[in-house]
Design a protein around this ligand. Structure first.
Ligand SMILES: *Cc1c(COP(=O)(O)O)cnc(C)c1O
Length: 350
């Protein structure tokens, strides 16, 4: 008998809850391009309030949210400071170049976080030869750094530098709720250090579609124009905003369970032969597993063997595997994963 599939590739694989599906069915709708969808208006107001911003905009995806925020704040020939491994640089299909036309200045971070001094050193002086620095992008939690939470002191320091030079800060907070829950503070206490913020509803919060961008009223007006330009002007979007609202109301606190499961998973894998896991670095719902150099098979082959055993994970570099916990992976599934990985390695090890 085929074992059940346990999907740890991403928290984007989460399925909407029954409550979300019922909310979709009942949602009051209107034409949101005319600003007449009451459900969209409601989620935008709710999200703005949670994030401590004047206004918010419902967008199709995290990528669209980041890109409308960027395009609204930086243009052709201008420069954006971003962490070297950021999603905006790595995984958005070159959108900053293609859409805003700005250039990215990549700065290496420490566990995904930029030190205020290194940001300050990268701000361009007024000089006809150099591109003007317009925006600083931070990613929290940081995906490629394994779900690392950016230290509040760094955020505060970067915000001060930005203010001093008249530059905006955008926070790619695809998993910002994970950071807030792990720190045990309201999300607005993190968002306060950014002028604009993007949060995903469709990752750990399990909504089927959508992200939120938030910031000042003036910024949101500009972001709305960019969303329209990118084909994101949606009509009866209340149908997809309704499950997003359930996500904001009911799915935030439970992220703590995903964080416990990630720790449990890391602890279960750390002593297996051929793998290295830094349990201390697991702060939220992402576990990075290193396959040791001398191991008889590559990470890619190991991923294939695990898939055959019903454990789906992502490749994150030549020797790195990423596993993400989420609401559709239960505590007993984690035990099951540890057992299947153990058996898989046992069959490979010389
Ligand atoms: C997933 C993710 C995004 C983009 O979200 P999509 O909805 O997949 O476009 C942006 N930033 C980070 C850090 C992410 O993890």
């Amino acid at each position: 008998m085929m074992a059940t599939i346990i999907d740890l590739r991403s928290d984007t694989v989460t399925k909407p809850t029954d409550e979300m599906r019922e909310a979709m069915l009942r949602a009051e709708v209107g034409d949101d391009v005319y600003g007449e969808d009451p459900t969209v208006t409601q989620i935008q107001e709710m999200a703005a309030e949670m994030l401590g911003k004047e206004a918010a905009l419902f967008v199709t995806s995290g990528t669209q949210g980041n890109q409308v925020a960027i395009a609204a704040q930086a243009g052709r020939g201008e420069e954006i400071i971003a962490e070297a491994e950021s999603h905006i640089f790595y995984y958005e299909a070159g959108a900053v170049a293609a859409i805003a036309g700005a250039q990215l200045r990549q700065l290496p971070g420490t566990r995904g976080s930029l030190l205020p001094e290194s940001v300050e050193a990268a701000v361009r002086p007024l000089d006809i030869h150099q591109p003007p620095t317009r925006l600083i992008c931070l990613e929290n939690t940081h995906n490629r750094a394994g779900g690392a939470i950016l230290p509040l002191a760094h955020l505060q320091g970067v915000a001060k530098v930005a203010e001093r030079y008249g530059i905006s800060v955008h926070m790619d907070g695809a998993r910002l709720f994970n950071a807030a829950v792990a720190l045990g503070i309201p999300i607005r206490e993190i968002a306060q250090y950014a002028d604009t913020v993007q949060v995903c509803l469709s990752k750990g919060l399990a909504a089927p579609i959508g992200s939120i961008v938030a910031g000042s009223t003036k910024f949101i007006e500009e972001a709305r124009v960019w969303r329209k330009r990118l084909g994101g002007g949606m009509r009866q979007a209340g149908v997809i905003a309704a499950p997003g609202m359930i996500a904001l109301q009911t799915m935030v606190e439970r992220l703590a369970v995903d964080h416990e499961n990630a720790k449990r998973l890391a602890n279960g894998l750390k002593n297996l032969p051929g793998l290295r896991v830094d349990v201390e670095s697991v702060e939220t719902n992402i576990v990075l597993v290193q396959v040791e150099e001398h191991f008889p098979i590559s990470a890619e082959e190991l991923i294939r063997k695990l898939a055959a055993l019903g454990v789906r994970v992502s490749q994150f570099g030549a020797q790195t595997i990423r596993m993400v916990t989420h609401k559709d992976v239960l505590e007993e599934d984690i035990e099951d994963v540890i057992e299947r990985v153990t058996n898989c390695l046992g069959a490979i090890s010389p």
